[in-house]
Design a protein. Structure first.
Length: 367
């Protein structure tokens, strides 16, 4: 393996879960139940799979650079003007395009948070200020966050629910943050990629505030809820026409493939599937919480389709992968430590197998 490839794979392994190709390289055809990636455990919806197959026969054509069909459907679903929506090659693509478009001098991030916010900020040489989420507050943002937003702050990036903690900010505080950002002429980017898993998502979203606050950008993706990680499709919503124009100019014209556009339209018709996923997560998350606590671990019971726990065992991740259950090692997150892991909430059978493997690993360590 070349040094360049080794360095690239090291970076990807450290930053993200879901490295199925690396798992296959290490373990061959052995059955792996991946708890490191927070995607729907029910697989790709049938309607999405069929749409991709139909679209495959049309891939001799360029995709629509304006994503008109998809944006029209999104506009209907979100009850917002089509002119507010920009689609991208996954949420990560839009994160980098946002930073390229805005080039903020000072950015405020929470710690921990999704790693790509910091990576994108560093690419444009932003000065990064971290607000450390505290264990004693269950890793939730507190009122003192408002004081961290100053006239020097150009951009605030929040994840609701937070990744990797799964915690949500109180709605009243979130709207106060939005207002504080406006007072300081700061842009608030709200990553709602996991919000769609929540039963009370409509009460928590800031979508209704977009018209009143042009300094608000909401980011979402099809990756998680619809198990479309390999398709790469995300979108953001913003009422500021000039900001949208800068965002579109910061990316290539054909950034969203024809297959992704058709898959996205089909996914928006899969409401029964989405409801099954939400119901499964709500039923299975407490079971995983109980099992992790029985194993003696500290668990932060978030609201999303994943859980953060502390084991005080930096070797647990390796042993669980050897058992066929990879987890997301969170030791590289700011404000977390070795022995901290994030796991996805999956099917009843998979979760049972995970807990059995976990208890087995614990028993073997004690021998």
């Amino acid at each position: 393996m070349s040094p360049v490839r080794r360095q690239r794979e090291k970076r990807m392994e450290l930053i993200h879960g879901g490295d199925w190709a690396g798992q296959k390289e290490r373990w061959g055809n052995r059955r792996i139940r991946d708890f490191s990636a927070n995607v729907s455990p029910l697989g790709v919806p049938d309607g999405v799979r069929e749409a991709i197959c139909r679209a495959a026969g049309e891939t001799d054509r360029y995709p629509d650079p304006l994503c008109r069909k998809l944006i029209q459907k999104l506009s209907e679903e979100l009850s917002c003007p089509e002119e507010w929506i920009v689609c991208g090659n996954g949420a990560a693509d839009l994160i980098y395009r946002l930073f390229q478009a805005e080039k903020p001098k000072e950015v405020l991030l929470t710690a921990p948070a999704f790693a790509e916010y910091e990576q994108a900020a560093r690419l444009v040489e932003s000065r990064i200020c971290f607000y450390e989420l505290k264990e004693e507050d269950q890793f939730q943002i507190q009122e003192d966050f408002l004081g961290q937003i100053t006239p020097d702050t150009d951009l605030v990036f929040l994840c609701e629910p937070n990744n990797p903690t799964g915690q949500c900010t109180k709605h009243s505080l979130l709207t106060a943050i939005l207002e504080r950002c406006r007072e300081c002429s700061a842009l608030l980017v709200l990553d709602e990629c996991f919000l769609e898993f929540l039963p009370d998502r409509k009460e928590r979203t800031l979508l209704p505030y977009l018209g009143q606050y042009p300094n608000l950008v909401i980011l979402r993706a099809f990756t998680k809820l619809y198990a479309m990680a390999g398709v790469r499709l995300g979108y953001c919503v913003c009422s500021d026409a000039k900001r949208k124009e800068r965002l579109m100019e910061s990316g290539q014209p054909w950034g969203v493939s024809l297959l992704a556009q058709e898959a996205g339209v089909a996914a928006l018709f899969e409401q029964a599937y989405a409801d099954r996923v939400r119901k499964l997560v709500e039923q299975q998350r407490p079971i995983l919480v109980k099992g992790l606590r029985q194993a003696g671990f500290t668990v932060w019971e978030g609201k999303a389709n994943y859980l953060l726990f502390r084991s005080h065992d930096a070797t647990l991740g390796k042993r669980m992968e050897e058992a066929g259950f990879p987890m997301r090692d969170c030791s590289n997150y700011h404000n977390l430590q070795p022995g901290d892991y994030r796991i996805a909430v999956r099917t009843e059978e998979e979760n049972r197998g995970f807990l059995e493997a976990l208890f087995s690993c614990q028993e073997k360590k004690q021998l």
